[in-house]
Design a binder for this molecule. Structure first.
Ligand code: SF4
Length: 161
């Protein structure tokens, strides 16, 4: 008797290989950590190795939001709109201490900073540092690939481009 449960394991695996090799980040930076993100996209760090260099100018074409910098309360609604406009599936990285927890702006009496992107977005990967180096962002991308597909790019050959 055929199973009533339909499984798409092979299709899921193929789709996930496509996803991890073609993450499209949103062109979006809000403070100094964005400079590191820009450096990561340059030739020296060669983000293209991982298929993640195609920064998209429209949220409707992006599946990765890298929150790179300090989030102010004034900016927060706009960032949320950008996130909402991204199609599913989509992922979020908090790049740097500001995006993780407010960073150096987290002190008694401050009134304008959101103490972490995870206060209003579902953050998948946290990349600490003030600022984190481009290598740290690359490691974050590899960790996200692992989270999406369950594979390690270096250990599992079938996940390579
Ligand atoms: S974590 Fe440091 S480098 Fe990054 S946005 Fe905040 S103050 Fe700037």
């Amino acid at each position: 008797m055929p199973s009533s449960i339909v499984q798409f394991a092979v299709a899921d695996k193929l789709i996930n290989i496509g996803r991890v090799n073609s993450l499209w980040p949103l062109t979006f930076g809000i403070a100094c950590c964005a400079i590191e993100m820009m450096a990561t996209g340059c030739a020296r760090f060669d983000m293209s190795r991982f298929g993640a260099e195609v920064f998209r100018p429209s949220p409707r074409q992006a599946d990765l939001m890298i929150v790179a910098g300090t989030v102010t309360k004034k900016m927060m609604p706009g960032i949320k709109v950008l996130y909402d406009q991204m199609p599913e599936p989509k992922w979020v990285m908090a790049l740097g201490n500001c995006a993780i927890s407010g960073g150096p702006f987290s002190f008694e009496g401050q009134y304008s900073i959101v103490l972490g992107a995870d206060k209003f977005l579902p953050v998948d990967i946290y990349i600490p540092g003030c600022p984190p180096r481009p290598e740290a962002l690359l490691e974050g991308i590899l960790q996200l690939e692992n989270k999406i597909s369950g594979w390690n790019r270096w250990k599992d050959p079938e996940a390579k481009a």
